[in-house]
Design a protein around this ligand. Structure first.
Ligand SMILES: C[S@@+](CC[C@H](N)C(=O)[O-])C[C@H]1O[C@@H](n2cnc3c(N)ncnc32)[C@H](O)[C@@H]1O
Length: 292
């Protein structure tokens, strides 16, 4: 028998579909056009010339490497780059896949249901879609008194230092022409307005994480990190982990060896002796519940 119609579930389902543009775009991805592949080859050439010395060192065995670095610098082909360049999908207000949006909903439901105190925050918001969903969830689930903190430079990803974080610097170079996720604060506010979700419960932390996050003195029940790089992720964990309530969630969007966030999370968890199990949602997204 069909479940009875639940207006708040129906609203949230529609909200997620609208945020990811799933309502309007075809479910299967179109093949790459000739122009896209041509552009991808130009980018590949640029990246290989910028990191020519590092590639020589990798090939001669003079540099310690990870499989991700070898793949990005020596094995990537036009199709891989074309996939990268499609990242700023026009129309969608979030890069998150349906399982990632469902994961925010599941964590939000748990903390609201079990009364875990604190606000919700995302560090690294792009067009704001995940935060818009967070506010929609708070209101739909009767927790509108909580706040959503929206933390971003609103100038895109910072340029990593290749001497310290070569992996992140290489990805940054690949993404250069896409604007490196640059979306300004007015555009993000406007996106909230389109869903009628810009209210006093939405707070913006505008600037680089190392400037804004140390000043945050609230409490969090849900912390979502989507700043990609090693430095961005480590800064967020160092500034905010102790603000997460027991029973709250830490969601890491980029827990995959191909980006620096992976090493930052592993290092932080080891240093702080965090043994709360990491749960995998998809090939990159992981989260843990703070129990210790
Ligand atoms: C992959 S996008 C986030 C995607 C977004 N969560 C969504 O729902 O589509 C990464 C974002 O992190 C931000 N970012 C990364 N490092 C940062 C830093 N150190 N300070 C401020 N913003 C940063 C970038 O500006 C960018 O908007």
């Amino acid at each position: 028998m069909k479940a009875p119609f639940d207006p708040s579930q129906a609203y949230l389902k529609l909200l997620k579909a609208a945020l990811s543009n799933a309502l309007y775009q075809p479910a299967t991805e179109a093949p790459f056009s000739g122009d896209e592949l041509k552009r991808a080859h130009q980018v590949l050439k640029r990246v290989r010339s910028r990191f020519a010395r590092e590639i020589r060192e990798i090939k001669s065995g003079a540099r310690p490497v990870t499989p991700a670095l070898v793949a990005l610098l020596t094995e990537f082909a036009g199709q891989d780059v074309a996939r990268f360049l499609r990242i700023n999908a026009p129309g969608a207000h979030t890069l998150l896949t349906p399982d990632a949006l469902d994961n925010i909903q599941a964590c939000a439901r748990q903390v609201i249901f079990f009364d875990i105190p604190g606000d919700f925050m995302e560090c690294g918001v792009w067009r704001g879609g995940a935060c818009i969903l967070m506010r929609g969830l708070q209101l739909a689930l009767g927790a509108g008194h909580r706040q959503v903190w929206v933390a971003d430079s609103f100038q895109g990803l910072p340029a990593p230092d290749p001497q310290k974080h070569l992996l992140d610097a290489v990805i940054h170079e690949y993404l250069k022409d896409t604007g490196n996720f640059c979306v300004n604060l007015d555009q993000v506010r406007d996106n909230f307005r389109r869903y009628d979700l810009l209210d006093e419960g939405v707070r913006f932390l505008s600037g680089w994480f190392h400037d804004t996050l140390p000043r945050f003195d609230g409490q969090l029940a849900l912390l979502r990190l989507d700043g990609d790089w090693y430095e961005s992720t480590l800064t967020a964990l160092e500034c905010l982990y102790d603000k997460v309530s027991l029973g709250g969630y830490i969601i890491i969007d980029d827990y995959h060896p191909v980006v620096g966030a992976y090493a930052a999370v592993n290092e932080f968890r080891a240093r702080r002796q965090i043994t709360d199990p990491l749960t995998q949602v998809n090939h990159q997204l992981h989260f843990w519940r703070k129990l210790d």
